[in-house]
Write a protein that binds this ligand. Structure first.
Ligand code: SF4
Length: 285
């Protein structure tokens, strides 16, 4: 596929990371959308590449010894733009260790792991047009447990960070929505879904080594909560993306912390201009 070729002017599929990217910076979303195959799980930032490799190794799909080879492969394919592979390999190995210790802490019953779920959704937008979209999710763990004669689904995300963020819960909500809609089709699920965020342990203040247990955050989301998330946040975002696609108007949202790690930083005029607008440091004469 020619990556420079513009995609059709309607969104066909959406995963949580794309939704988050659009909300953080519409321009980054658009640049990436026009560069890669929308059905692939191809990743670009060093952080996302590390995440992909850690997932592969921690789930047994690959071996820690192949980390360097994987990084080189992503680099050769042009997916990873980085020249510090030694440092990235060190980060991968460190996060693999953390992910393995998290796995030991994860006691949920697992029926599916590392599986991609797709749900074909249809809704009517504010203009009265029918929008068709495939929602895609790939949760770390899906399990079920019995309680009072009911089967409760449990969805877990293993986080290699020790720093909780509100987007982590949204990611779980998105996965729970896709999974429950996929599993129960259009019927309402009568039980709440258990959502589990399994964070890495904090490093020891003196040695910097991560020991002990991490934090496990648990919550429950009713089907009503999932539907509310779909209609109040996901559908409006899809509608906005489609509207912007007609004109290609995806504004940049410059934020130095995020832009530094953006794969499009070098070609983003707004970010480059912001670098030249730094206040001149200095005292009074
Ligand atoms: S460099 Fe910043 S403003 Fe530009 S596309 Fe990337 S995230 Fe958006």
């Amino acid at each position: 596929m020619n990556n420079n070729q513009e995609k059709p002017q309607k969104l066909r599929s959406l995963c949580y990371s794309e939704l988050k990217r659009f909300k953080n910076c519409p321009k980054e979303f658009w640049l990436r959308y026009n560069r890669v195959d929308e059905d692939s799980v191809t990743v670009e930032t060093p952080e996302a590449i590390i995440g992909e490799i850690v997932h592969r190794v921690a789930s047994g799909q690959d071996h820690p010894r192949r980390v360097k080879k994987l990084l080189e492969k992503f680099q050769a394919q042009g997916i990873l733009v980085a020249d510090n592979l030694v440092e990235l390999e060190k980060q991968c190995q460190s996060q693999i260790k953390t992910a393995r210790s998290l796995k030991k802490l994860d006691s949920s019953t697992k029926t599916h792991t590392e599986k991609t779920f797709r749900y074909d959704h249809k809704f009517t937008n504010s203009e009265g047009e029918v929008v068709e979209i495939t929602l895609v999710a790939k949760p770390d763990r899906i399990g079920h447990f019995e309680e009072k004669g009911k089967t409760i689904p449990e969805i877990t995300e293993l986080k290699t960070t020790d720093n909780p963020h509100s987007s982590h819960l949204k990611q779980l909500l998105y996965a729970a929505l896709v999974y429950s809609r996929r599993r129960f089709l259009e019927k309402w699920q009568t039980v709440a879904t258990k959502l589990v965020l399994n964070y890495a342990p904090k490093p020891d203040a003196i040695t910097g080594v991560k020991t002990g247990t991490g934090v496990i955050e648990t919550s429950f989301a009713s089907q009503y909560r999932l539907e509310e998330y779909l209609t109040n946040e996901i559908e409006p975002a899809i509608e906005e993306i489609n509207r912007r696609m007609a004109t290609g108007a995806f504004p940049a949202n410059v934020s130095p912390g995020r832009c530094r790690n953006c794969p499009f930083a070098a070609q983003c005029n707004e970010y480059q201009a912001s670098l030249n607008e730094q206040p001149i440091q200095g005292g009074h004469s």
